[in-house]
Design a protein around this ligand. Structure first.
Ligand code: ADP
Ligand code: MG
Length: 619
């Protein structure tokens, strides 16, 4: 059925639905933007005051769902029914979030498994995807109200370090909100687009994007070449942001204005009011040298110098992350051409001057740091809508992708740091005669043994026609699209049996875990190589044992007793060797067995030929 878009405001049939909006789905705040008359604008609330929608979802007693500013108020009164920071849970398993129980004021049910987390509100359970979808729905309504017509398509941004599972979860949230998510774009890339950095086609550029939000800090180093963005490295701290600055001011007041710490601990409402007052102070100090106010009859005040003293350690910590990011990208500060500021907390003057001093150049801060990611997403959306032709986006895979082969070995199909989108494939075969099914298990990581990597998913290629081992030709294809979502296809070429899955990982990887896996792979490289050698020798030995048995069965008639017991003896030696850890021993026995059986195999072959000739009738 055709859908006819109607412009409610103007009471006319709207033109073809060609609009794609850009959405920044943030940890603290989210917003939606689109291109109007060739310019990206963020959509404001009905009063035209703020474009930010707090990423907070409140469930009322009668099951009503409230998102944004109104939900924020419920943080104090109904903490158990008010969900914030859900982005931290996207694509995560219980194991991933273990230890964070106290961070959330609501219930993240904990069972120590690898299944995806759920959040409990009253007697219902919600996935982070469903909760994010509520935020997206609120943004969808906001832009539809402004435009007076439905919106169906969007580009959504995610942190550069988001893995497949987290990206897929974001995409699913969009789908659930009734949005066709045309692309998932990295936040730093979007911010660079908002500043039009891609427009300079003449020069290669290296860009540092410094993003300090409410509760998270991300630094990303991008390389821009011919309008193509590549992520060189990312670093950051998932628990560092403006919230820490608020807390520092609160603690300062508690100490210097002799506020009653015990009463604050007891009185949630009062402590929340103090927190909001502290945030107000922080924002005021971004413009003025001093903040003065009162709370519950207490006078509270702070000046900028004192504030700077309180937050310096946090700012220094972000600079450490910048150093790490530069090191990972193998770059010197001086090689950074541009520094882009993102996130509400970059309005803090000390942050701005410290970052500018660190990189030794002025920073890009002309655009609203709250909006810059959404504006970039809108520009990317416009490109996808075909309104801008010259921009193309590109990223790299942070970890290698591959499958498990015999003996638990990782066979990498797409190596880490490959530019995406990409596709790669390889042929495999069966290891057992008449094998009808082949399990394909997909892993992510750098280690040689799959058990040390992360499993992303598995499927079974069924219905392979029975053939001797080694005969089927099974082609496995990895297709990694521009959003970093992986499709795996398997096809048996002789029979055209085919199977395909889109990988929805069972759990996600945090940035730290990713770094840890890379580090481990380097540290264990030697050990892994030894293990790999052993496993390969064992696999080969196992095949030889099988063929030795077959050989004995089929050729008993032409073998002498000594030969039979000789083969049996070597067979036993090899079997014992495979149980040990000495790959050289296994290889040696295999060589001996080969030596011993070579003349016998020759004789067997001759016998077969003689036999077949004998069978032929010469008329
Ligand atoms: P996120 O990306 O995590 O969703 P935002 O980029 O929206 O977060 O940043 C929110 C943070 O920015 C909050 O801690 C807020 O207090 C802070 N912030 C907003 N405006 C200002 C300002 N004028 N001065 C200092 N901090 C600010
Ligand atoms: Mg943000």
């Amino acid at each position: 059925m055709a859908r006819i878009p109607i412009n409610i405001k103007e009471g006319k049939v709207a033109k073809e639905d060609d609009l794609i909006v850009g959405i920044d789905l943030g940890t603290t705040n989210s917003l939606v933007a689109y291109i109007k008359d060739g310019k990206a604008i963020a959509v404001r609330d009905q009063e035209g005051k703020s474009s930010l929608v707090p990423s907070i979802v409140y469930f009322s007693a009668i099951g009503r769902i409230v998102v944004g500013d109104s939900a924020k108020d419920k943080l104090i009164t109904h903490p158990e029914n008010t969900i914030y920071s859900v982005k931290r849970l996207m694509g995560k398993s219980y194991k991933d979030v273990a230890g964070l129980e106290n961070y959330f004021g609501y219930k993240v049910i904990d069972d120590d498994t690898e299944s995806l987390v759920k959040i409990r509100v009253e007697d219902r359970f919600y996935t982070p995807i469903e909760l994010s979808a509520e935020i997206l729905k609120a943004l969808k309504v906001r832009v539809e109200t402004e435009l007076g017509r439905p919106v169906h398509r969007a580009v959504i941004t995610v942190p550069a370090y988001f893995n497949d599972a987290q990206r897929q979860a974001t995409r699913d949230a969009g789908k659930l909100a009734g949005l066709d998510v045309l692309r998932i774009v990295n936040e730093p890339t979007a911010a660079s687009l908002a500043y039009g950095l891609d427009k300079d086609n003449q020069h290669d550029q290296t860009i540092a994007v410094y993003d300090l939000g409410g509760g998270t800090f991300d630094i990303s180093i991008l390389h821009l070449h011919d309008g193509i963005f590549e992520v060189l490295s990312t670093n950051g701290d998932t628990f560092l942001g403006g919230d820490d600055f608020d807390r520092a001011i609160m603690d300062y007041w508690i100490e210097h204005h002799q506020l009653d710490a015990e009463e604050l601990a007891r009185n949630k409402e009062l402590s929340q009011a103090l927190r909001l007052k502290a945030e107000e102070a922080k924002k005021t100090l971004s413009k003025e040298a001093r903040f003065q106010s009162s709370l519950n009859g207490y006078a509270v005040s702070i000046d900028r110098d004192t504030f700077n003293g309180l937050i310096r350690k946090y700012v220094d910590k972000t600079l450490d992350c910048c150093r790490n990011a530069l090191r990972d990208a193998q770059l010197d500060k001086k090689q950074i051409d541009r520094v882009v500021m993102v996130g509400g907390t970059t309005r803090v003057p000390l942050v701005k001057t410290s970052v500018s001093e660190f990189f030794g150049k002025p920073v890009y801060d002309q655009l609203d740091p709250d909006e810059v990611v959404a504006l970039g997403a809108a520009i990317q959306a416009d490109v996808l809508a075909g309104n801008q032709k010259e921009v193309l986006l590109l990223d790299v895979t942070p970890l290698s992708l591959g499958i498990e082969t015999v003996g638990g070995l990782m066979d990498t199909i797409i190596p880490r740091n490959t530019k995406i989108p990409t596709r790669a494939g390889r042929q495999y075969t069966t290891s057992v005669d008449g094998q009808r099914n082949l399990k394909i298990a997909v892993y992510q990581g750098e280690r040689d043994l799959v058990e040390n990597n992360r499993k992303l998913g598995e499927f079974i290629l069924k219905g392979i026609p029975p053939m001797p081992a080694g005969l089927p030709k099974i082609e496995i294809h990895f297709i990694l699209n521009a959003d970093g979502i992986l499709k795996v296809k398997a096809k048996e070429l002789r029979s055209n049996v085919e199977q395909e899955i889109e990988i929805r990982s069972s759990y996600g990887l945090s940035e730290e875990e990713m770094a840890k896996m890379l580090l481990e792979s380097i540290q264990h490289a030697e050990e892994d190589m030894a293990v790999r050698g052993l496993l390969e020798a064992r696999n080969e030995a196992r095949n030889i044992l099988l063929s030795a048995d077959k050989f004995l069965q089929q050729n008993r008639a032409i073998l002498s007793d000594e030969e039979i017991s000789g083969i049996r003896e070597y067979r036993e030696q090899l079997r014992l060797a495979t149980e040990g850890e000495d790959k050289d021993l296994i290889n040696r026995v295999m060589e001996e067995i080969n030596e011993f059986t070579r003349p016998l195999a020759q004789r067997a072959m001759d016998a077969v030929i003689a036999d077949s000739l004998r069978g032929k009738k010469i008329s």
